[in-house]
Design a protein. Structure first.
Length: 311
């Protein structure tokens, strides 16, 4: 009997744990010839999340947990879950039930067909703010146009993977992680399942607009040097225009004579070029910041406690 691990990152999700377990258990009970287990990753929650997980683990042998010393973020939680998973197949799911458990049987069928990964994507963004949806679409277009990886628009972390693919993901030992890009970068054979967006059942989302924007920016920085090339091209273009303008002023002065310069245009040009310089320095700083973070070789997460004894 093959084993399937379901990895569930949790951060302040005390209202979601039990509904999630009940709902998913009802689905997996109908899947024959597979042994399912749950690995809840407590990402430094401040509420009763860990307490509820522990109680669930004590009463159900298939439920396990790991708990961080503080909040390290969802990316670290997923990485830790993949490290501790020992199943033939591994599933990543959100605890808020936005990842439809009814798709699990279809995922199993896809793995039996020989796929390395069965992933999900949302067909729409119902219930999501318009501005966030617009930025999300722009992000996917930018990522797919300027990077070497292809990220499907609406792709979720919700997916089932083979042991081989999980090992490949773990071999990418970056500290600043962008899992959607890593999933695409390692390759393997995919099958995509589409489903209508489901709104969160309990609790509140931990992702604000600005945190999502920072997450998207980190993804672009992690998988593309295109912004640096854009700035180099912009600098070259501005230099060319400036040279042409200089030649124009020289010829005009030689033919007509010295004219009175405009102070307003001078101030505008100084502010414009100053802004571009600061933007370019900040952009380079983001890349250097990633190099700095990687060079320190800090762990992706720090484990505080777990009920798994063989790790």
């Amino acid at each position: 009997m093959k084993k399937i691990n379901i990895i569930v990152p949790c951060y302040n999700e005390q209202d979601c744990i039990l509904p999630f377990y009940t709902t998913v258990s009802n689905v997996v009970e109908e899947i024959r010839d597979y042994e399912f287990s749950y690995l809840f990753v407590n990402d430094g929650s401040k509420d009763k999340t860990l307490k509820i997980i522990k109680e669930l683990s004590e009463s159900h042998n298939e439920v396990h947990y790991i708990s961080f010393s503080r909040n390290f973020g969802k990316e670290s939680a997923m990485y830790a879950g993949l490290e501790y998973a020992d199943g033939d197949f591994v599933v990543l799911m959100d605890v808020d039930l936005q990842d439809d458990p009814k798709i699990l049987p279809q995922m199993v069928e896809a793995m039996e067909e020989g796929y390395d990964c069965c992933a999900t994507r949302r067909m729409d963004r119902k219930g999501e703010p318009v501005i966030r949806s617009c930025f999300a679409k722009c992000f996917y277009k930018l990522m797919n146009h300027f990077t070497e990886v292809e990220i499907v628009d609406g792709a979720r972390d919700y997916r089932m993977m083979t042991r081989q693919m999980v090992d490949a993901i773990l071999s990418v030992n970056e500290r600043v992680r962008f899992s959607k890009g890593i999933f695409a970068w390692v390759g393997f054979d995919y099958k995509w399942l589409e489903y209508i967006n489901i709104e969160r059942q309990n609790g509140q989302t931990k992702w604000s607009f600005w945190s999502l924007l920072q997450y998207a920016l980190s993804g672009i920085i992690a998988f593309s040097t295109a912004p640096l090339k854009w700035m180099m091209g912009l600098g070259g273009g501005i230099s060319l225009v400036s040279l042409m303008f200089l030649l124009y002023k020289i010829l005009k002065t030689a033919i007509i004579g010295v004219d009175v310069p405009g102070y307003a245009s001078l101030v505008v040009l100084i502010c414009f070029f100053g802004g571009i310089h600061l933007f370019a320095i900040g952009l380079v700083g983001l890349y250097l910041g990633n190099v700095y973070s990687e060079s320190k070789q800090r762990p992706v997460y720090i484990l505080k406690e777990t009920d798994i004894k063989d790790k």
